[in-house]
Design a protein around this ligand. Structure first.
Ligand SMILES: Nc1ncnc2c1ncn2[C@@H]1O[C@H](COP(=O)(O)OP(=O)(O)OP(=O)(O)O)[C@@H](O)[C@H]1O
Length: 266
């Protein structure tokens, strides 16, 4: 391989490793300037944690990454969010395509009032998969991937509402995985769960990141420290510090980060 080709392929690899590149992102809810000049890169197969006190813009930021934010009236957004090389804020970017690549898991488990099986096949069916054998395979693979298969394999046709909160959340993760997304966004996915279920979801994230890139909003700093590769500390709509998680928690560069992680405010 020539030197130029080598350089090209190395550059190509670097580019493909970058999932999101947020450039100068600003967002207003009416007059409220909720996100201020955000710069943030998300690398594939990593867990990126977003931490910060209540109202600092964590959920708002994560909702820009799948353009859920545009469902809220009166929102104005400027800047760029480049996902796999394309600016998703460009109106010509098809939002339906984005949603097949970027799944989301919410704070409260939100299964559909249907059977466990139907919850998982919901997305694949929308994408036109009808073959029962293939759907069965997707169900098993997704439930195994979400570490809940053994608990539910004998009751796939029972209502998802009969599961515990922690099981429902893992089912929602399975439902998200069934569409084989590239990225999973999680907005405080364990805040409604007991400690054992939380631990299960945290362990699961370490498995999931082998195949997906994960961006997680959490109020729980110990959780961010345990599970993430990179951490962004948000305050009043700004990214104060974004770095390797170990660095943020052991040797932060900014006094405000240090004050927050040591519990002096928030
Ligand atoms: N739908 C909305 N309409 C108007 N303002 C909003 C809306 N959602 C959030 N905001 C405002 O935007 C700012 C950031 O809110 P956001 O929910 O992103 O913060 P957060 O860091 O996720 O907070 P929390 O940790 O409490 O969930 C806050 O000032 C909030 O009041």
């Amino acid at each position: 391989m020539s030197e130029t080709q080598t350089q090209k392929s190395v550059k190509g690899n670097n580019d493909t490793k970058l999932v999101y590149k947020t450039n100068g992102l600003n967002l207003w809810y009416g007059e409220n300037h909720a996100l201020k000049d955000i710069q943030l890169n998300v690398v594939e197969n990593e867990v990126t944690a977003i931490i910060g006190p209540s109202g600092c813009g964590k959920s708002t930021y994560i909702k820009t990454l799948n353009r859920m934010i545009e469902l809220i009236p009166g929102v104005k957004v400027t800047g760029e969010i480049v996902y796999r090389g394309r600016n998703i804020l460009d109106k010509s970017y098809p939002v339906e395509e984005l949603r097949t690549k970027v799944g989301m898991v919410f704070q409260k488990p939100n299964p559909f009032p249907k059977s466990i099986y139907e919850n998982v096949v919901y997305g694949p069916r929308i994408h036109g998969i009808r073959d029962k054998k293939i759907l069965d395979q997707i169900v098993e693979k997704s439930l195994r991937g979400a570490a809940i298969w053994d608990e539910v394999k004998d009751r796939l046709n029972t209502n998802a509402y009969g599961l515990s909160g922690g099981q429902q959340q893992r089912l929602c993760i399975a439902r998200c995985m069934a569409i084989e997304p590239d990225v999973i966004l999680m907005d405080e996915p364990t805040s409604a769960l007991d400690p054992i279920s939380t631990l299960k979801v945290e362990e699961l994230l370490q498995e999931l990141k082998k195949n997906f890139s994960i961006i997680i909003v959490t109020h729980n700093m110990q959780q961010a420290a345990r599970i993430s590769d990179k951490t962004a500390f948000f305050l009043n709509g700004e990214v104060i510090e974004f770095s390797e998680t170990d660095k943020i928690f052991s040797n932060p560069s900014d006094k405000r980060t240090e004050d927050y992680i040591t519990g002096r405010f928030g």
